[in-house]
Structures are given as structure tokens and as C-alpha cells.
Write a protein that binds this ligand. Structure first.
Ligand code: NAP
Length: 526
């Protein structure tokens, strides 16, 4: 049974165990490596240290992971599945410890930390249950019926590189690695410098669940050194982070012609139709906008409300947001925690101050709360935001949302689609209206009568960004198959593809044309 942490540093034995899991501690330069403090966002105090990585650390990580991957690729699927099923149980059984570490590092509230634990468990379950079906050899119709025997094979890419941000460090640090590993790959991961321990504790659980040593390497350090060195060496890159970094890495891996999945930023809209159940809206809307203090890629930052219900929505939103309890600590009754650090606090403050200067009205919140901790900021709702204000189109990635009145649902859809992003969207409406609107939204995920949780947690369906919000998908079959190469093995039997030697080319050509026409008509060709 996990005994609750105090708010201070990680217990010494756990800290040592996690630190020793990093590749950094195993290389020749370990003794001289620079130490980096990892601070708690709740109070700015150091909770542990990690080593600042070098290109040599990354090189060694790939060496170890490649050697382990060779054996792992030969391991029967059933054995791989068992490891991840055991991991699933270990994660759920140790949820209190996981949530404590995640909260300490990020300053988020307990409910947002639980989302991370759940995400890891459901991805482990889904991919463990489905990997056999997804990568098992499949017979396909051959070029010539009966004479060509064709099979589709999926083989691992090799060693997958993974670079992740700080906002969901446990979920993003491990959930995308699960399908990569199950598909037979090794992984070299770089967690964000703010939050390495949330990823490391999950890797510890993977090893304790039976994952072969060395298969998943974690190198701590900066993006420009460690992240870039990973992109230079991996066989596939899985990146989650800002659109700006996504572009830099896209150029880097494009040069190497390797596969790339990028889960990037968003400016997610929520539409409230006049036939929406407003009680339901009010139950869901604060978590849709302010989970993890709005530092969530799928978080809502824009609300478009049909005119007949606009005033009621605005009035009720003010009451709902002002009733939110913000604070630090591990208790479940806190609705919103801290921002991650000073940079985030500065960014959020700047967006709100600029909006005020442009003439926007602050309906709720609108200020930092140093009385609660160094990086706290109130959940903030803006109305009457004039055109041209940056908050209208730029991602804040914080607890700031604005509400805008629209004359029709057509206008709402046009505005919802009117940014360069296309990650997540939400519609509150009567079911039929909701489905109609959803089909017109340019976003990789759309929730009807839900903010983001339903589409995020439906791991059987691929999820990701349209437009500048990303490329590639996580979840669903695509979330695993992207980590494989496809081999098309076609075995020709009885007759050559060029025809029997005894028949002239012309006769064979005519016979083939007749066969093609017949094949199409009688549908015996694929
Ligand atoms: P970021 O600056 O892009 O950082 C993300 C990761 O990339 C960090 O580990 C960072 O390392 C590393 N990095 C930075 N520059 C790099 C470079 N030149 N080469 C290689 N790696 C590099 O993102 P952020 O601002 O911290 O995170 C917030 C953003 O992520 C938001 O835009 C949010 O919408 C997006 N996000 C998207 C999703 C999604 O699923 N679509 C999920 C979560 C977050 P260090 O910082 O440690 O140096």
C-alpha cells in the first residue's frame, strides 16, 4: 500500500531507482554530467535531480535498445501480450503512487492525474488484446487467382524515438510507447525536462511486469541536444508537443526519409446550439475548458453560442467558474491546480492582459494567485473580445476561454473551422443537430455532448490532428501499424506472370485483357 508523499522531495530510494533507470547514468560521462533539478509546480521546491543528456548518451541508448530489440522481435506475441496485461494491473493497483508523482511534478489536480493513469491502462489493454489481430500475417488476393499466393506481413520498424511534453507526462510518456513495443520495436524516449519522473515510474513498472531489460531507454536532457539526437538516429519518430517544434523535427526526419507522427497544438472550439441541454453543458463545460489548468492539447479555448441561449450560458458560466475550487495538494475536491512553471504563467497572463487592452471583458477569473503557489492562475472566461485580439486565434495552452455569440449554426461551424488548427472540437446540442454539426467540423476528434474525454478515451478509434495540429494518428489500428513496415510477399505458382512459354505474347496479351474484363464483371478480381 502506497503511503502518501509529503509535498517535498521524492523518497530517496525511489529517486535513486528512477534515476538509475535513465541511460544517462550508464554512460562513461555520467560522473561529470550536469545535474538538473526537477521542481514541483505546487511550490517551486526541488523534488529530485536528473542528468543533462548528451549526444553520446543517446548513441549508447540506441546501442542498448537495438541489441534488445533483435531478441524482442523474435519473442512470441502471446508472451508480449502477457507483459502488457500484467503492466495494466500494476498501473491500476499502484494508481495512488502514480498520481502523487504526476501531481508533484506538474501541479495538476488529482482528477487530471487520474486521467493519465486511466489512459495508460486502457492503451495497455487495447493494444495487448488486439496486437495479434493487427500484425498477424494476412492472406490477400493475389495478382492471378490461385496462381499468385500473396501475404501481407507487418514487421517492426526497429527502434522508435519518442519526444514528449510536460502536460500529461505519464500518459504521453508511455501510452504511445505501448503499441510500439508490442509491435516488436525498441524505444528511446526523451521526457520533458520539467517532468521526467512520471515517465520513469511507468518504465519501472514495465520492467517489473517483465519487459526485457534495455528495450525502453529513457534519456533525460534538453530537446535541442537529446531530442534532436534521437531524431537523427531513430527508425520512426513519435513526437508530441508544439506545432513549432513539430515543424523543426518534421524537416529533420524528412531529410532522413523515416516515418513521423506528430501530435501538435490546437485552438479547440465548442459549439452550443439553442436546442442543447444547458444543465448538461454546465456539468461538463468547466472540465472541458479547465482540466489540467487548460494545459491540455484537446482543451476548449473558444465557445460559440447560438443567440437565443447566449445570455443564459454567459450568466451560468460565470457562476460555474467562480465556484471552482483551485489549490494545491492531493485531495480530490480541488477542481483546478497550478500551471507548470513561470513561462506558462507569463504566457497566460500576457494573453489575458492583451485581451483586456483590446477591450475584452473578463467575465470570471483574470489574475494570478500567488497566495496559492508561485504559478497559480484563475480559470478565466472572456467575453466581447474584439477582432484582432491574439486570444481569438492563438493557442493559449492555459485556463483561458472566450465566449462568442453567433446568429446561426452555419456561422458557428464557419468560425469553428476558421483557424489553422484542427485537433479537437465539441458540440452541445440535441443528438441529431449534434451529429449534423460534427460532420462539418475540421478536427481529428469531435465530442457530442462531451468536451474531449469520450473521443480521447475511445482508444479503438484513431485520433490526431488535421491541418497544423499534426500528422499521423495515435490510438486504434493506426496507432500501432504506423510502427511497422509492411512486407508484401507474393509467391507465383503454376504459371509465370508473363504467360506460358508456348503461347505467343500477343495471344497472352489478348487472353489477359479478356480475363481482366471478365474479372471486373464477375467480380472475382479484388
Ligand atoms: P515543445 O516546446 O514543443 O516541447 C515538447 C518536447 O519537445 C519537449 O520534450 C522538448 O524538450 C522537446 N523539444 C523542444 N525543442 C526541440 C527540438 N528542437 N528538437 C527536439 N526536441 C525538442 O512543447 P511544449 O510547449 O512544451 O508543450 C505544449 C505544446 O504541446 C502545446 O502546443 C500543446 O498543444 C502540444 N501538445 C499536443 C498534444 C497532442 O496530442 N496533440 C498533447 C500534448 C501537448 P525540452 O523542453 O525538455 O527541452
Amino acid at each position: 500500500m502506497h503511503k502518501r508523499f509529503p509535498m517535498g522531495p521524492l523518497p530517496e530510494d525511489l529517486h535513486r531507482k528512477l534515476l538509475n533507470l535513465t541511460t544517462n547514468t550508464k554512460t562513461a560521462g555520467a560522473a561529470d554530467a550536469e545535474k538538473v533539478d526537477v521542481k514541483s509546480s505546487f511550490n517551486g521546491e526541488t523534488i529530485g535531480t536528473v542528468l543533462s543528456g548528451t549526444v553520446e548518451d543517446v548513441e549508447y541508448a540506441f546501442e542498448l535498445a537495438r541489441a534488445a530489440q533483435q531478441k524482442w522481435a523474435q519473442t512470441p506475441i502471446e508472451q508480449r501480450q502477457e507483459i502488457f496485461r500484467a503492466f495494466h494491473d500494476r498501473v491500476l493497483d499502484n494508481r495512488e503512487l502514480l498520481m502523487d508523482i504526476v501531481q508533484l511534478e506538474t501541479g495538476k489536480n488529482r482528477a487530471s492525474a487520474l486521467d493519465e493513469v486511466m489512459d495508460v491502462a486502457i492503451n495497455a489493454r487495447y493494444y495487448a488484446n488486439n496486437v495479434g489481430k493487427l500484425i498477424g500475417e494476412k492472406k490477400r488476393p493475389g495478382a492471378l487467382p490461385i496462381a499468385t499466393r500473396s501475404v501481407e506481413q507487418h514487421i517492426p520498424k526497429g527502434v522508435v524515438g519518442q519526444i514528449t511534453p510536460w502536460n500529461y507526462p505519464l500518459a504521453l510518456g508511455i501510452s504511445d510507447a505501448i503499441p510500439a513495443l508490442l509491435a516488436g520495436n525498441g524505444v528511446v524516449a526523451k521526457p520533458d525536462s520539467n517532468t521526467p519522473f512520471s515517465c520513469l515510474i511507468a518504465v519501472l513498472f514495465l520492467y517489473e511486469s517483465g519487459l526485457p531489460r534495455d528495450l525502453m531507454q529513457v534519456v533525460t536532457g534538453s530537446g535541442t541536444v537529446v531530442g534532436s539526437a534521437i531524431a537523427d538516429r531513430c527508425d520512426y519518430l513519435m513526437f508530441t508537443g508544439s506545432t513549432k517544434t513539430g515543424r523543426i523535427l518534421g524537416r529533420q526526419v524528412g531529410e532522413r526519409l523515416i516515418g513521423y507522427s506528430a501530435e501538435l497544438g490546437g485552438k479547440n472550439p465548442l459549439i452550443i446550439a439553442k436546442d442543447a441541454d444547458l444543465d448538461l453543458v454546465m456539468r461538463e463545460i468547466t472540465s472541458a475548458c479547465f482540466s489540467n489548468s487548460g494545459q491540455l492539447c484537446v482543451s476548449i479555448e473558444r465557445i460559440y453560442v447560438e443567440e437565443p441561449v447566449y445570455t443564459e450560458v454567459v450568466n451560468r458560466m460565470k457562476v460555474a467558474v467562480e465556484a471552482m475550487k483551485i489549490g494545491s495538494g492531493f485531495n480530490w475536491d480541488i477542481d483546478m491546480g497550478s500551471l507548470i512553471n513561470q513561462t506558462q504563467l507569463d504566457t497566460v497572463s500576457r494573453f489575458v492582459d492583451e485581451a483586456r487592452e483590446h477591450g475584452a471583458r473578463v467575465l470570471a477569473g483574470g489574475k494570478a494567485r500567488p497566495d496559492l503557489g508561485p504559478y497559480f492562475y484563475e480559470p478565466t472566461v472572456l467575453v466581447d473580445v474584439p477582432a484582432g485580439t491574439p486570444v481569438l486565434s492563438d493557442e493559449v495552452f492555459g485556463p483561458v476561454v472566450y465566449i462568442e455569440k453567433v446568429a446561426s449554426l452555419e456561422e458557428a461551424v464557419e468560425k469553428a473551422n476558421g483557424t489553422s488548427y484542427g485537433l479537437n472540437a465539441s458540440v452541445f446540442a440535441a443528438p441529431e443537430t449534434g451529429r449534423k454539426i460534427a460532420s462539418q467540423i475540421e478536427a481529428g476528434g469531435v465530442g457530442i455532448n462531451d468536451g474531449y474525454a469520450a473521443s480521447w478515451a475511445t482508444v479503438s478509434v484513431p485520433l490526431g490532428g488535421m491541418k497544423q495540429s499534426g500528422m499521423g494518428r495515435r490510438h486504434g489500428p493506426d496507432g500501432l501499424l504506423k510502427y511497422t513496415e509492411i512486407r508484401n510477399v507474393a509467391e507465383q505458382r503454376f504459371i509465370s506472370m508473363r504467360g506460358p512459354a508456348v503461347i505467343s505474347r500477343k495471344v497472352y496479351a489478348d487472353a489477359m485483357v479478356t480475363a481482366l474484363k471478365l474479372g471486373k464483371k464477375l467480380r472475382f478480381l479484388p
